[in-house]
Write a protein that binds this ligand. Sequence first.
Ligand SMILES: [Zn+2]
Length: 321
Amino acid sequence: MPHGQFPARLEPVGPGSYAYVVGIGSWHQSNSGLVTSNGASLVVDTLITPGMTRRMLAEMARAEAAAGHVDVLVNTHGDGDHFWGNQLLASSRIVATTRAARDMRGAATPPQIEALIAAEATDDGRGDFLRNFFAGLDFTDLVPTFPTETFDGSLTVTVGDKTVELIEVGPAHTQGDLMVFVPGDRVLFAGDILFSSGHPAVWSGPFQNWIDVCARITRMEVDAIVPGHGPVTTREKVAEFRSYLEDVREQSTVLHERGLGVDEAARVIDLTRYADWIDGERILINIDAVYRELDGRGDPDRLDIFHRLSAFVAEMRSRAS
Ligand SMILES: [Zn+2]
């Protein structure tokens, strides 16, 4: 199946509120959300391509007439899989944190990323993961479209009769993460603060901040939690996700003390507790994040990480076969 045609479903999570759950939550398969009330609507994140976003918005409008014209779009952070469909809602009020908006404006576009990949790709199979990274995704019509409004801390938005709270919680997954809380529906759209099917990617950290946000979620008055990737989840699962972050930090710290490099540490870290989690290669990103914290370095050059990830995936595959 081409990547651009991931199966997706619109799932009710409250009266007039929905999760749009894409694929199995792997790379590029990010979720969106819809909140409607009394003729008004708010969408949480667009998808990785305009085409996928167009299909999603049509399905939302079929479920709720109020989604035929979206009043507010909220981007949970600055990664492309959450905002490259924004142009479909260019006439809506588009809200993000100041830091997320900065990330979006600074981000390379897919053609730029593909050019960088092509320039450095090797033919020994180690670069296959990266070379095929965007395979099947159609970016031809993409016009990066940015927030019209930014905030720091928190912001309350009204959608019909509903109050929606935007809560800045980064830096964690990225510099500018926010969550969308709808108290009246007891629903939380967590963005990439939560991955419910597999390994997250810790691009920014610090780990402690992310761990604290997880603890905060488990205390919130919510019944449905919509993660950035993977199926709708519960507070119990969030506790499990939190202990993953604690475990990876603890094990990586020991490996760092023993003098192992990141790539070496990724081969020996014990992940048996997470054997059924997808996207296991991301452990490399996450160990690197612990090491960066310990060494006092900031956010990584993502392309450099992706090249190492590509070699790691090739190695994992040859070991598995
Ligand atoms: Zn994402």
